[in-house]
Design a protein around this ligand. Structure first.
Ligand SMILES: Cc1ncc(COP(=O)(O)O)c(C=O)c1O
Length: 351
């Protein structure tokens, strides 16, 4: 196509997990939360009057950022930025801190969007392979670049590398380290304080998973004020609409609701993992709301994925090196997980 920019020739575009229209599907493919968000968000929505919609939203989302700073234990909003989902902030971090042609680092495997964003930004993404247990390898600690995406807990393994290793990496790395904590509310610990302890760390989170608000598109980042100030220069003028700001604020102020949902998901995660281990899958211990289940038997993982789909159960299959023998299963309600396990037993003839 004669109008195409050269960098787009090599870009396929991100392929999100399927979002079927039918309602009789068990959807364990995009790491959504199976439980509803806080009822307070509906009150916040109702409180928005015509004026709120008529006028432009607060361009810097002040009230929401203040509430986040307080919740995260940071002095004020100058430490926080919010965006239209974490995906927007991931794109913005490249626009803000990386020049075209620079090298960006990530682990392999990891969240596949980083690679696409790097291609769109015309910078070079260098992968450093995780070891067989999805842990950081020595090569990772000696690599350098303008920026590094470090997902903790990682996707799609679910594994959280030790916090001390992340700290060691942040200290030795010359560029910016983005710690992607999309799933951290399901984990044992987090790296939030690294944004204060290191001048090169940005900790990002999303409301899509633990807060059950994937449909709203709310992402957050915490970093030293001098880094946040750079973001404020590059973001769209009104990057958070009035509804997202109001709902985000209501959700963060009902933190206990999120914690209750997370506790339920974590309990189901243990039961689902036990069932998969019993069936002979290899499943690393996950600190996320999904499990990566490796299967070397027959039928193969792709066939299981397709058979599940016929049974109206969606999980995720990645046809790529290292992942082609695995299924990624989002932890649903106990009933959804039980239906999945039952279908799996049928497919494997282990009833
Ligand atoms: C590791 C990781 N980071 C970021 C995101 C994006 O989150 P959001 O829905 O806020 O754009 C996802 C979503 O699946 C993810 O898996």
């Amino acid at each position: 196509m004669k109008f195409q920019r050269h960098i787009l020739r090599d870009v396929q575009g991100y392929v999100p997990g399927e979002q079927p229209r039918e309602s009789d599907i068990i959807k364990l493919n995009t790491n959504e939360n199976p439980y509803p968000p806080s009822p307070r968000i509906f009150e916040a929505l109702q409180a928005l009057n015509g004026d709120a919609f008529r006028k432009y939203p607060d361009p810097v989302s002040l009230r929401f950022r203040r509430a986040l700073a307080e919740r995260y234990g940071y002095p004020d909003e100058s430490w926080v930025i919010v965006g239209n989902g974490m995906d927007e902030l991931l794109a913005l971090v490249l626009r803000t801190f990386v020049d075209p042609g620079d090298t960006v680092l990530a682990t392999d495997p990891t969240y596949s969007l980083y690679e696409i964003l790097c291609k769109l930004h015309d910078c070079r993404l260098e992968y450093v392979a995780l070891d067989e247990h999805y842990q950081l390898s020595p090569a990772f600690f000696s690599a350098q670049g303008r920026l590094c995406f470090l997902t903790r807990p990682n996707a799609p393994s679910g594994v959280a590398v030790p916090k001390a290793e992340v700290a060691r990496f942040c200290t030795g790395f010359d560029g910016i380290v983005v710690i992607d904590e999309a799933y951290v509310d399901f984990a044992e610990d987090n790296c939030l304080e690294f944004a204060r302890d290191h001048d090169n760390v940005i900790v990002m989170r999303t409301f899509s998973k633990s807060f059950s608000l994937a449909g709203m598109r709310i992402g957050t980042a915490v970093a030293r004020p001098e880094l946040i100030a750079e973001f404020l220069k590059t973001k769209d003028s009104y990057n958070m609409n009035v509804v997202s700001q109001a709902i985000g604020l209501a959700a963060i102020n009902d933190y206990d609701h999120m914690l209750e949902n997370v506790a339920k998901v974590k309990a189901s995660r243990t039961r689902l993992r036990d069932a998969l281990l019993e069936l002979g899958f290899k499943v690393p211990e996950s600190q996320s709301n999904f499990l990566l289940a490796e299967w070397r038997g027959t039928p193969d993982a792709q066939t299981i994925f397709e058979a599940m789909k016929r049974d109206k159960i969606l999980v995720r299959y990645f046809k790529m090196p290292r992942l082609e023998h695995s299924l990624r299963i989002t932890v649903g309600t106990d009933a959804e997980c039980a239906a999945f396990v039952q279908a799996l037993k049928r497919i494997l003839h282990k009833e």
